[in-house]
Design a protein around this ligand. Structure first.
Ligand SMILES: [Zn+2]
Length: 157
């Protein structure tokens, strides 16, 4: 298993566990060269999750694409790569623990929106504006005020 950061070949498993009831092994690996950690999900090829896109085309689920969207939304925000990886992991675990081999890109987008909503206002708005494809300034304002309300609720708790 290659390190996704420095491409070094030797990585060690630091933690390994079965995910939910599906036969997926989640492994936390550490690169022997740069010391960075990353997560792999190992499972039979036949169990791959299919993503159904808006135009009805299908492609294999790819955690890196989810992570890529998160990274883009979090650009220049003070959010560590580890936090972004955690979110991508959480979303992947959630998708893989469902009893379906298919997920729509819309469902994935909605999960990312919810995670970013809790994380950072700018990242949330950036992602939500792409995901919802805001057609008018009014829709955009609604999303912004939804975020404000969410924050207010949490502060009262
Ligand atoms: Zn490395």
């Amino acid at each position: 298993m290659r390190c996704p950061y420095c491409k070094h070949q030797e990585t060690g498993v630091v933690d390994s566990r079965e995910v939910m009831e599906r036969e997926v092994t989640r492994r936390r690996r550490e690169c022997r060269n740069c010391g960075r950690r990353f997560t792999t999900y190992e499972r039979a090829e036949i169990d791959e999750i299919t993503v159904i896109k808006k135009d009805n085309t299908r492609q294999q689920f790819d955690r890196n694409k989810v992570l890529g969207g998160i990274i883009k939304a979090c650009e220049k925000r003070e959010i560590s790569r580890a936090r972004m990886e955690e979110i991508a992991d959480r979303i992947e675990s959630r998708i893989r623990s469902r009893n379906s081999m298919e997920v729509t890109s819309r469902e994935i987008g909605s999960m990312v929106v919810k995670e970013l909503f809790r994380l950072d206002p700018v990242a949330y708005i950036r992602f939500a504006s792409v995901y919802n494809n805001f057609g008018s300034p009014e829709e955009f304002r609604k999303a912004v005020s939804a975020f404000g309300r969410g924050r207010g609720r949490r502060m009262k708790q």
